[in-house]
Design a protein around this ligand. Structure first.
Ligand SMILES: *[C@@H]1O[C@H](CO)[C@@H](O)[C@H](O)[C@H]1NC(C)=O
Ligand SMILES: *[C@@H]1O[C@H](CO)[C@@H](O)[C@H](O)[C@H]1NC(C)=O
Ligand SMILES: *[C@@H]1O[C@H](CO)[C@@H](O)[C@H](O)[C@H]1NC(C)=O
Ligand SMILES: *[C@@H]1O[C@H](CO)[C@@H](O)[C@H](O)[C@H]1NC(C)=O
Length: 628
């Protein structure tokens, strides 16, 4: 069979099978759990090296796996930390094998954050942050948008010459980008206990929310923490005399997530005040605050709704999102009921004073007066929600720790029209505690079914998929358990998304003994590899072996009767047996010593990204500190 001819087929028919959630029957189960990896026998970050690529892939270790996790989606992480020598954005297949990663050799160690798939003008892109994260826990950089061929098609910067922080980029349906900016401003920090009167030298990290038009870079909305949140609302302690100065600004707010709702208002997570803040999109005025010293809500779950601390990733969720397990109360004029998810770290930088003894994903129900409605305004002014009270208490729970009980008692709301209760919390059986970073994502299921919850544990190399009732479906480690709480292997957030990657670089093949190895960074559509031989590069190619893709790098055995073949190459074939565009490897020329010639056919090399030197970010390269 002469497959070379197939390459003349119209490109439109090539390799176009897309991943649909119902069509992943060729899924491979992940390898069984390996206790040695968790014990650190192979180091904090056990990796697979490859022959055809300088990249390494984490040895993902499934502590638990269920067919329920086989939903056709890929994992999106950004491994980094003391043990990750070449950090970068990374995509893993459902079986944990690496599909794509790229180290961006910029001046700041190539630290990437917040890799996700987002839609912009009808097309899906990878978005992630790169920049300087050597300022502890936040950053100054830019967001990158890559298309399906991993080409940078946009960079997104903060407006007015500012630098985007690493925590968040949301592309809205209006083709704007939401970002956070950290900025040093002078501020009198004496209310936090600073004893000196050197107010001329006192400073804080202010946090801004910016909404920016992606095409023009124009600022659409800006909100400054310092204009709305008193620094005394922070739970961060000013405990060093060197802190709160121009040289070492105090960090009272530490915003770490933002989104915009259909009313045009913004929901933000302010880590250091332990607060989720809902902001009027026209005036910037705070509509309500959940949690922390300015909390408005009554906790109807024995304190377990308000005792979150140092949280990340606050998201509104529709009250109709959980058709199997949660029915919202009947709609009532002037009363809003919504669900909200967050990652409750319950710890910050080895400080375990506030919160639970471990981190949790949290699903809360909030009831509050509808903004912009007359009835809502009356309720907000102190009106009562009558006896067919829409709020019910949650399950009875163990008493809180002393410090949490005191905190909740001092912040619990008194206005009956604001209420919060826990619908579910999502706790890893290993009681993972992440003092920084973390995420919670809803994974949609078929119509009429509850979504799954996907939790990334930030500081710890763990991602866990839960059923909506809180039971664990899959639990994945991409670093040893011995690395937890050390900062050796981290990923700021973890997500699952559908993704079709079509690199325009060729697969790379190499011979090792009687095997031909092949890898193709970023290609998601390869189902099998065809090994071909020829007498000369110009003569016809003959298929001599077919091997399903097994891992990032697949070994194809050279059949005994073809071991004398002089020219070898490999072709990528999709699920429908069609050749993939750009899917022809380099030709390997075998002589008596089986040398490997790196000739490449087709496709220019487009995957490398060069960050401009001297891009105006005036920081030297410093080894990364544990983040966030
Ligand atoms: C990705 O972007 C490059 C550069 O703009 C373009 O040539 C290429 O066709 C794009 N690929 C896809 C799949 O859109
Ligand atoms: C912030 O709060 C402190 C303590 O409650 C108070 O003394 C101060 O006046 C407040 N600052 C502003 C700007 O409201
Ligand atoms: C908060 O206040 C409400 C209203 O008084 C009360 O029902 C609830 O039990 C309180 N929650 C806690 C945790 O004290
Ligand atoms: C929770 O959901 C899982 C899968 O969806 C199911 O197998 C399990 O029985 C449920 N557990 C409880 C306590 O309802």
């Amino acid at each position: 069979m002469k497959l070379a001819r197939l390459l003349l087929w119209p490109l439109a028919t090539l390799c176009l099978a897309t991943t649909s959630p119902d069509d992943h029957d060729d899924f491979q189960r992940p390898p069984p759990y390996d206790a040695k990896l968790d014990k650190g026998s192979h180091g904090y970050y056990p990796v697979h090296p490859f022959i055809t690529s300088p990249l390494t892939a984490p040895q993902t270790n499934f502590v638990q796996w269920s067919p329920d996790c086989n939903d056709g989606l890929h994992y999106f992480i950004t491994p980094k930390g003391w043990s990750v020598s070449k950090p970068g954005p990374m995509i893993l297949a459902g079986d944990g094998s690496m599909v794509w990663s790229e180290h961006f050799a910029n001046g700041f160690g190539g630290q990437a954050y917040d890799l996700k798939v987002q839609k912009y003008q009808g097309e899906e892109f990878l978005t992630f942050w790169l920049g300087d994260d050597t300022v502890r826990g936040h950053g100054a950089g830019q967001y990158y948008m890559l298309n399906a061929s991993y080409d940078i098609v946009h960079t997104i910067s903060a407006a007015n010459g500012k630098f985007a922080d690493l925590h968040e980029l949301i592309i809205t349906p209006e083709a704007t980008a939401l970002m956070i900016v950290f900025e040093v401003i002078p501020a009198d920090v004496r209310p936090l206990g600073r004893k000196f009167n050197d107010v001329w030298n006192q400073a804080i990290w202010n946090c801004l929310i910016q909404e920016v038009n992606i095409e023009t870079g124009e600022l659409v909305f800006e909100w400054r923490g310092s204009e709305h949140v008193n620094i005394t609302q922070t739970y961060m302690k000013l405990d060093s005399l060197a802190e709160g100065t121009q040289e070492n600004p105090f960090d009272p707010y530490h915003l770490n997530s933002v989104e915009k709702d259909e009313l045009g208002n913004y929901l933000i997570s302010a880590r250091n005040p332990h607060a989720i803040i809902y902001i009027d999109g026209k005036t910037g005025v705070i509509i309500w605050t959940l949690g922390g010293k300015n909390n408005l809500f009554m906790d109807l779950s024995d304190g377990y709704a308000l005792n979150f601390a140092w949280q990340h990733d606050a998201r509104f969720v529709s009250p109709y999102a959980f058709p199997e397990t949660y029915t919202p109360p009947p709609e009532k004029e002037g009363v809003s009921v919504t669900l909200l998810t967050m990652f409750d770290n319950a710890a910050v930088d080895w400080d375990y004073f506030y919160g639970m003894p471990y981190s949790r994903g949290l699903l809360l129900e909030l009831t509050y007066p509808t903004p912009d409605s007359n009835v809502g305004k009356e309720l907000a002014a102190g009106g009562r929600i009558t006896e067919d009270s829409i709020v019910q208490s949650g399950e009875p729970r163990e008493p809180l720790s002393k410090q949490d009980a005191e905190k909740v008692a001092s912040i619990n709301g008194t206005r009956v029209s604001y209420a919060v209760r826990v619908i579910h919390d999502f706790t890893n059986p290993n009681h993972v505690r992440s003092g920084t970073q973390g995420s919670v994502q809803l994974l949609p299921q078929a119509q009429g079914r509850d979504p799954k919850l996907f939790v990334g544990y930030g500081l710890n190399a763990v991602m866990t998929e839960y059923s909506s009732n809180g039971s664990v479906l899959c639990d994945v480690h991409f670093g040893a358990k011995t690395s937890w709480e050390r900062g050796d292997v981290q990923s700021y957030r973890a997500y699952k998304f559908a993704w079709v990657g079509r690199p325009r670089t060729a697969p790379v093949a190499a011979v090792k003994g009687d095997e031909v190895l092949v890898s193709w960074n970023g290609a998601t559509e390869v189902h099998s590899w065809l090994l071909q031989t020829a007498d000369s590069p110009e003569s016809d190619w003959t298929v001599v072996e077919r091997e399903p893709r097994r891992d990032f790098e697949t070994a194809v055995r050279l059949p005994r009767q073809h071991r004398a073949a002089r020219y070898l190459r490999i072709l990528a074939i999709d699920r429908d047996g069609q050749p993939c565009e750009y899917g022809v490897s380099n030709i390997v020329v075998r002589n008596r010593f089986a040398t490997f010639a790196r000739q490449r056919l087709g496709g220019s090399s487009v995957s490398a990204i060069q960050l401009e030197e001297g891009s105006g970010i005036a920081y030297g390269w410093i080894r990364e500190a544990p983040i966030n």
